[in-house]
Design a protein around this ligand. Structure first.
Ligand code: ATP
Ligand code: MG
Length: 426
């Protein structure tokens, strides 16, 4: 019996990695153009970190975490998201104490969910987190930055921004008791999940998928009726900045997000191309979390892009990356030519920036070597036999156009190849 990969965890094969690399490169360039720095956190953290930050009564913590006890008896979890670990790391190293920080990270996350298109048990997020800034300007910057990413991949027509404010914790507290009274009055309409959440986490009833519950909620009290001056100023400030930046959005007052730590701004970028798994990026403000995890209070805001979903959308609009792994394939025959070919190859790799050169390894007639050269996807084959070597020449065969072949002096090769491939010489 062959052992297979774990359900919901995907291998990325060599044919798929070029597009991933391209996407990762563009994401990195984009955040760097806004002055953000990379942070890398461990994939394993103490379970308690996620329970305390994400919230006990959330799907992620109740049902989705990969948790276990290690041999030392520590209770650990594979990270289901990046924010908690990022805040933990920043607190631990004191790097957001009285300081502004604009950070990004990228990597695998784990949630035990039902696998389907756009939903996996191992998936990847590109996340950004900003600390020390409390105004709506930084919320707007994050939305501009994500908007720029959609533009770069030509998917703007297939994503839209949904925006909401969750107010302050005080406002939510007042609202919660009004909402609970309302839900109690209409208990008969609630499904089991909503009934349970009504007391533990009533706001989460708002994004119930149950239609009867959604119908009922049309008459429920609105959180926005409890907003005070500060919340309104923040929300309106953000809306003004988005309007000025030409970023369209819809207010969705049912948008509460799946994690407990948010306040004020919350948002999701949703797409029409992925069916039910429509959110490709979600985020918001979490001003209380840093203190909640033991740090000095610091305002914070962030978001995460689900990379698998983003890739699906990018592919749906025709993004692909077909560049093969090789520019030049080196064929040689005869004892002297063979050992000389290794020296020449090393010199070319040193002399031409970014050159990707593959040596023929294993024996074989030139005909067999040419077949391998062709299969490698290389643009050119270099052909060196003992005859050429004696003349100080090497044959360069154009594998893509007409298959024509010309002889080039070995000393002229770096110049010839760099200009033919538009690469710089070192
Ligand atoms: P959903 O409502 O789709 O379950 P979520 O609210 O749980 O999403 P977040 O915790 O906000 O998701 O994570 C941010 C992003 O990470 C999501 O918008 C999505 O693109 C991606 N994501 C979340 N869970 C998964 C998953 N199981 N597989 C693939 N991508 C995911
Ligand atoms: Mg989820």
């Amino acid at each position: 019996m062959k052992i297979q990969a774990i359900t919901g965890m995907k291998d990325l094969l060599p044919e798929e990695t070029p597009l991933w690399e391209k996407v990762e490169g563009v994401l990195r360039e984009t955040v760097e153009s806004y002055g953000y720095s990379e942070i890398r956190m461990p994939i394993l953290e103490k379970t308690d970190l996620f329970v305390r930050s994400i919230g006990e009564v959330t799907d992620v913590v109740e049902k989705e975490m990969y948790s276990f006890e290690d041999v030392g008896g520590d209770k650990l979890s594979l990270r289901p998201e990046g924010t908690a670990g990022c805040v933990r790391a920043c607190n631990e190293h004191g790097i957001i104490h009285n300081q502004e920080r604009r950070l990004w990270y990228m990597g695998p996350m784990f949630r035990h969910e039902k696998p389907q298109k756009g939903r996996y048990r191992e998936f990847h997020q590109f996340g950004i987190e900003v600390f020390g800034l409390k105004g709506p300007d930084i919320d707007a910057e994050i939305l501009m930055l994500t908007n720029r990413i959609w533009q770069k991949f030509g998917i703007s027509d297939h994503v839209k921004l949904e925006l909401n404010s969750l107010g302050s914790s005080e406002e939510r507290k007042q609202y919660r008791s009004k909402l609970v009274s309302f839900l109690e009055e209409h208990k008969d309409v609630l499904d089991e999940d909503s009934k349970r959440r009504m007391y533990t986490n009533p706001l989460r009833v708002l994004d119930s998928k149950n239609e009867a519950v959604q119908e009922l909620l049309k008459d429920a009290p609105k959180l926005s009726d409890f907003f005070g001056e500060e919340t309104l100023a923040h929300f309106n400030g953000l809306r003004k900045l988005l309007d000025e930046a030409g970023i369209h959005y819809e207010i969705n007052d049912r948008l509460v997000r799946g994690l407990d730590y948010y306040n004020y701004t919350v948002f999701e970028w949703v797409t029409d191309l992925l069916g039910a798994q429509s959110t490709i990026c979600g985020g918001g403000r979490y001003d209380g979390l840093v203190e909640q995890l033991g740090g000095q209070p610091s305002p914070a805001v962030g978001c995460a892009i689900g990379l698998e979903r983003f890739m699906l959308v990018a592919e749906a609009v025709g993004q692909k990356e077909s560049r093969g792994p090789v520019d030049v394939y080196f064929c040689s025959m005869g004892e002297n030519a063979r050992s000389r070919s290794f020296q020449i190859a090393e010199q070319l790799r040193t002399g031409i920036k970014g050159l990707r050169l593959m040596m023929n390894c294993g024996d074989g007639a030139f005909k067999k070597q040419f077949k391998k050269a062709d299969k490698s996807g290389a643009r050119y084959a270099l052909v060196l036999g003992d005859d050429e070597l004696e003349k100080g020449m090497i044959a360069v065969k154009d594998l893509r156009n007409d298959g024509s072949q010309q002889e080039v002096a070995i000393g002229d090769l770096p110049g010839f190849l760099s200009s033919a491939l538009s690469l710089d010489q070192d």
